[in-house]
Design a protein around this ligand. Sequence first.
Ligand code: NAD
Length: 353
Amino acid sequence: MKIVVTGGAGFIGSAVVRHLLLQTQDQIVNLDKLTYAGNLESLADIADTPRYHFIQADICDRQTLDQILAEHKPDAIMHLAAESHVDRSIDGPAAFIETNIVGTYTLLEAARHYWKTLDAASQASFRFHHISTDEVYGDLEGTDDLFTEDTPYSPSSPYSASKASSDHLVRAWQRTYGLPILVTNCSNNYGPRHFPEKLIPHMIINALHGKPLPVYGNGQQIRDWLYVDDHARALHQVLLKGEPGETYNIGGHNEMRNLQVVETICDLLDKLAPERRPEALGSYRELISFVTDRPGHDVRYAIDASKIEQELGWRPQETFETGIEKTVRWYLENPTWWQRVLDGSYQLERLGA
Ligand code: NAD
């Protein structure tokens, strides 16, 4: 297959590109604008693969999208490009509306016009796979409730509202125009190459610098954590075996309170990097500090992943215990990757500075 992956220089996108290159013979075109979240160093190990091609482009730029699709003639588009950080969406929602809504609309239109040029067999096998989040469902009330594919949308933040909007657009392009789409809604991902502003890498890096570990509110918010490579495998399964027009929820069966997550990281660092701990401390846990909660902060997300498990045979391979240890070890063993993000040098090189 030839697959265009949008957002392939991001956290999940780079895991998807790596998975496809290592596990298949597919040709991959990575289409990414390289915003602050795009990092080509996340793909350094596979960038020389002849089946891999990178194009710096914006999903809001219709003319460029038309050219890329006409030239590369993909069998599928996996759409991950997005603005993805909830806190940034609260401070400045405009970029989220632009990329997540207008960008998805523009990509859908480019895909639809390209798709119409294909012969009947290629039209039938073409897939537009939209990668979305469980945050579109909003907050879960009861402790036993789970998000299913039929849970009504109730997004809380500008980020999740923009993703919800893009999900509706993608489904409408199937209903109205017949474009063969797939939608996946996944829970919180974690793993290597996660941008340092997100909870888990932020805590690991702060702890290694002996800085406070800021936990929002009382830290009792519950998230369902999935190791990023499990997500990449799930997306590949959905692309290959998913029924066009269907939605699949993807989750890790790993519901954890944010405070538990931070404590687990501290315990792992106590085990793996005791020499980096400030001398005055008996445990990294002593760095935990509680800060004012995020506005509109959802309390609990949890996914019912039984549809993808039963229909497509996917299951996560990592538990939270195995995945978080791999993640902490990766940040300990790859300081150059995150130090170059923190000091901005990962961006300077591509700007030719
Ligand atoms: P990320 O922020 O790490 O990466 C986003 C990528 O998209 C970056 O490489 C960026 O340069 C690129 N991009 C942004 N705007 C663009 C534009 N206008 N044109 C082209 N490229 C652009 O995000 P992520 O965490 O890897 O998430 C990827 C997708 O998965 C997103 O759609 C997100 O909503 C979804 N998702 C994320 C999670 C999670 O926990 N991170 C969970 C479920 C779903």
